[in-house]
Design a protein around this ligand. Structure first.
Ligand SMILES: [Zn+2]
Length: 94
């Protein structure tokens, strides 16, 4: 079931998606907050654990989309910590 979700990080609109099991009912995660967590070095695997799949349970962040476009799905999934922070900085500087 698709439903209107509220971001449980910033309280903003998190779009109309399926509920993810690891979020309270009615809550999801907006793209800005996903990008913010990536900039802090969190991995896409962590984002998925917490907030689900882009386009299914939450909107895809702009930075997230750019990372996947630049590194491919597997390459982007391998980024975490310093490597993720550096990749995010590089994209923001482009
Ligand atoms: Zn948010």
């Amino acid at each position: 079931m698709m439903r209107r979700l509220e971001c449980n990080c910033c309280g903003g609109d998190a779009g109309r998606f399926r509920q993810w099991w690891n979020r309270d009912t009615g809550f999801g995660q907006c793209g800005r907050c996903t990008d913010w967590s990536l900039e802090r070095g969190e991995s896409l695997a962590h984002v998925r654990d917490m907030a689900g799949d882009p386009g299914v349970h939450r909107p895809q962040g702009e930075l997230e989309a750019a990372l996947v476009a630049k590194y491919g799905a597997e390459g982007a999934a391998a980024l975490a910590g310093d490597a993720m922070r550096q990749a995010a900085l590089a994209i923001k500087g482009e």
